[in-house]
Design a binder for this molecule. Structure first.
Ligand code: HEC
Ligand code: HEC
Length: 263
């Protein structure tokens, strides 16, 4: 198995990734990083691309509404949310798109299924693995280098997440190293990989498996959490999660309001 000098300091990451990230054959060698050229490899040229650390301004404005959350045009990427949404994600329907489902339980399920497009997106699943190692890329291949989660989800001694994942994404030409101040693996109890949406739904509602949260806390977490928000600003070379964090948060809130029914 390919092993590289991963223990170098974060400052040398550009070199490390160039040397070890991928063998980078001239054509068609998408063996690891996932979607490769297919989706989001074009270098963003708008100025917003520089403000993906903007999460500090979290609940800046409750604009947007469902109209905003259904659109994924680049213009919409500037709308207020925890992060500046990176272009390239799939659309996500807004809450009002479900208003005509008369049966409340059916509406609740439909809302959750829409939100499930985010929950089961590689940007989220890669950090909610069923095993000990994160996965990476849109194809969710084993993280390179393979890791164990360690006692605290921050990796083993000598290979801590923060060795390579700094407080914000580090751009390296047509790729990037993900970053966030809170970067770490979700606990095993919160594993979502390999589960269907119904199982994820039941788990999300279960305080024994969701970090002791009630449903209000789940709404808060998905709407405000900075690490969740990274999913919409994952850096060059990665497809953002569908819609916006704000739109996703509203879907989850509407799901809770309608009784939090599972598929
Ligand atoms: C870098 C890794 C990472 C990424 C990426 C990530 N998460 Fe998490 N997630 C975590 C960690 C760590 C926790 C536990 C935090 C806690 O309990 O306070 C967590 C907990 C959660 C929880 C609460 C517990 C539960 O399972 O119900 C939700 C909901 C959640 N994440 C949603 C998401 C969504 C949605 C995305 C993608 C948009 C995402 N996460 C991406 C690491 C990650
Ligand atoms: C030795 C350096 C290194 C360490 C240590 C490390 N990572 Fe990574 N990680 C990377 C690099 C580099 C990438 C980007 C790979 C790529 O996209 O080609 C990455 C990508 C990821 C991704 C994929 C994001 C996505 O959706 O594509 C996740 C998730 C991740 N790391 C989680 C973790 C967690 C959690 C830890 C600690 C338990 C950790 N990593 C430790 C270097 C490291």
């Amino acid at each position: 198995m390919r092993r590289c000098a991963w223990t170098v300091a974060a400052g040398a990451l550009a070199l490390v990734l160039t040397a070890c990230g991928k063998p980078a054959p001239p054509a068609g060698g998408a063996d690891g990083g996932g979607s490769g050229g297919a989706t989001a490899t074009a270098a963003p040229s708008e100025p917003e691309a520089d403000s993906r650390e903007a999460g500090a301004g979290a609940e800046g404005a409750d604009t947007g509404e469902s109209a905003g959350s259904t659109a994924t045009s680049e213009a919409d990427a500037t709308s207020a949310s925890a992060h500046v949404t990176q272009p390239g994600g799939e659309p996500l329907k807004g809450v009002s798109d479900f208003a005509d489902i008369a049966d409340v339980k059916a509406r609740s399920v439909a809302l959750f299924e829409e939100a499930g497009k985010v929950l089961t997106h590689p940007r989220c699943l890669n950090c909610h693995p069923a095993g000990d190692s994160p996965t990476q890329g849109d194809k969710m291949t084993t993280h390179e280098p393979p890791l164990v989660r360690g006692e605290d989800g921050l990796g083993p001694v000598g290979m801590r997440c923060q060795t390579c994942h700094t407080a914000k994404n580090v751009e390296l030409g047509d790729r990037s190293v993900p970053g966030d101040p809170a970067w770490k693996l979700a606990p095993l109890a919160m594993a979502w990989q390999g589960k269907d949406l119904r199982a994820i739904c039941e788990q999300l509602k279960d305080p024994a498996r969701n970090g002791g949260r009630d449903l209000e806390a789940i709404i808060h977490h998905v709407s405000e959490d900075h690490l969740v928000g990274w999913g919409w600003a994952p850096g060059t070379g990665r497809t953002p999660a569908p819609g916006t964090q704000e739109g996703f948060g509203k879907l989850i809130a509407a799901w809770v309001e309608t009784g939090a029914a599972c598929p």
